[in-house]
Write a protein that binds this ligand. Structure first.
Ligand code: SF4
Ligand code: SF4
Ligand code: SF4
Length: 393
């Protein structure tokens, strides 16, 4: 058939938020129904395909047999959140480097080999077929009683959705909720009731993470920016260089080397890149960073101005101490310290030089007396020179 007259239908299970993997779960658990849904959706197309990331091995084998019987082809390959862009998905489908390209006709995507393509997300196809389009699968993690998958109806508030996961964990105070993972938005605790799941909103990728007092705002944002840096396809400098700079600046902030001017710089760059990046990945990857500054800005600035990590997560801000009344002078900690940061000898209370300590935690792992602790602003009384065990007052 002349390519110009041909239409192919592609159902894509790619582009999941790595922390949620909604399509993976749905394809694994509903393989036969998905194939039926694809066969029905592709009835007017000349060829029907399901594209599944090769890493989703269980999903690939679950779908193989029903697809074969229904004449639907299964194609496996690379994956990235960038694949949410349909042109990037086409590049992955064709075994090329995942990279979006300019496509004049957003209806038929003829740009690649002049073949018209209909592209739909696996959850969308399945739900249309099952008549459950009013619902969405979500994955809730973090400070909730029962992390895992939940199904919620559009219009449900974030507060209701967290309740579906058993509510907030005992003893936790919600600091923020990240909705939409790596390309999502941090929501403030006072907005949980008014934030509702809508089609096309951040919640559409399905990842929800509840942060509490044990999570560090700066560290969480740094990790998200590291994912963005690694996942950016590198095609355009705004996203490629921007994600690298965001990660670098947050890395400095969590290492106690942040500058007051960093906050304004981050906001400025974030807004510019959000408007100018080539595809939705670059436009959205700035959102966690900008919303973190908005919702948890004070805590992030605390790392810069007060040199303090409220959550006690950032190692650079930690001070370790050996409790004199617990240390037996066994020398185990000094033996394992890779930095030579522990002074002591057999039968003497050991001491840590925090300027040399890299906070690797190896000494804490070997101390059978639990004598090595992370201390906050209130420090225990410690010996200033080597003192025999039992002699320190
Ligand atoms: S915005 Fe990022 S992911 Fe999108 S094309 Fe540019 S570099 Fe690639
Ligand atoms: S391992 Fe513990 S008990 Fe032994 S010397 Fe070090 S701090 Fe003291
Ligand atoms: S945390 Fe690591 S570097 Fe620091 S004193 Fe202990 S073993 Fe040495």
């Amino acid at each position: 058939m002349d390519k110009a007259n041909k239409t192919i239908y592609i159902c894509s299970a790619a582009g999941d938020d790595p922390g949620a993997q909604i399509n993976r779960e749905l394809v694994e658990k509903n393989a036969a129904a998905l194939v039926e849904a694809v066969a029905a959706a592709a009835k007017d197309a000349d060829e029907a395909y399901i594209y599944i990331p090769a890493a989703y091995e269980a999903a690939v084998s679950a779908v193989a047999e029903p697809a074969n019987a229904a004449g639907v082809s299964v194609v496996t390959g690379e994956d990235s959140p960038v694949c949410r862009d349909k042109t990037a998905l086409i590049s992955a489908f064709n075994g090329k480097i995942i990279r979006p390209y300019y496509e004049e006709d957003q209806e038929t995507f003829r740009g690649y080999e002049n073949v018209a393509k209909v592209i739909e997300n696996a959850e969308v196809v399945l739900r249309k077929y099952q008549g459950t389009e009013d619902k969405k699968l979500l994955y809730i993690s973090g400070a909730v009683q029962t992390p895992g998958f939940v199904e919620a109806a559009y219009g449900a508030s974030l507060k209701d959705i967290i309740a579906m996961a058993g509510g907030v964990k005992d003893g936790s105070t919600v600091k923020a909720v990240l909705v939409g993972g790596e390309l999502g938005t941090f929501i403030a605790p006072d907005a949980l009731e008014t934030t509702v799941m809508e089609k096309g909103s951040d919640m559409f990728t399905g990842g929800i993470k509840v942060l509490d007092q044990t999570d560090c705002a700066a560290d969480a944002t740094k990790n998200l920016m590291e994912c963005a840096k690694n996942d950016s396809c590198g095609k355009c400098p705004l996203c490629r260089e921007g994600s690298y700079q965001f990660y670098t600046i947050f890395n400095e902030i969590t290492n106690g080397k942040g500058k007051v001017s960093d906050i304004a710089l981050l906001k400025d760059m974030g807004e510019t890149i959000g408007l100018g990046a080539f595809c939705q990945f670059g436009q959205h990857m700035v959102k966690p960073m900008l919303s973190a500054l908005d919702v948890m800005g004070e805590e992030i600035e605390g790392h810069i101005k007060r040199k303090k990590c409220e959550a006690g997560v950032c190692k650079s801000f930690m001070t370790l101490a050996i409790l004199p009344d617990k240390c037996t002078g066994c020398e185990e900690c000094a033996d394992v310290c890779p930095e030579d940061a522990i002074e002591g000898k057999a039968g003497y209370i050991h001491m840590i030089d925090n300027d040399m300590c890299e906070k690797c935690g190896k000494c804490m792992d070997v101390c059978e007396e639990d004598a090595i602790v992370v201390v906050g602003s209130v420090k225990p009384k410690l010996p200033k020179r080597l003192t025999r065990v039992g002699r320190f007052r």
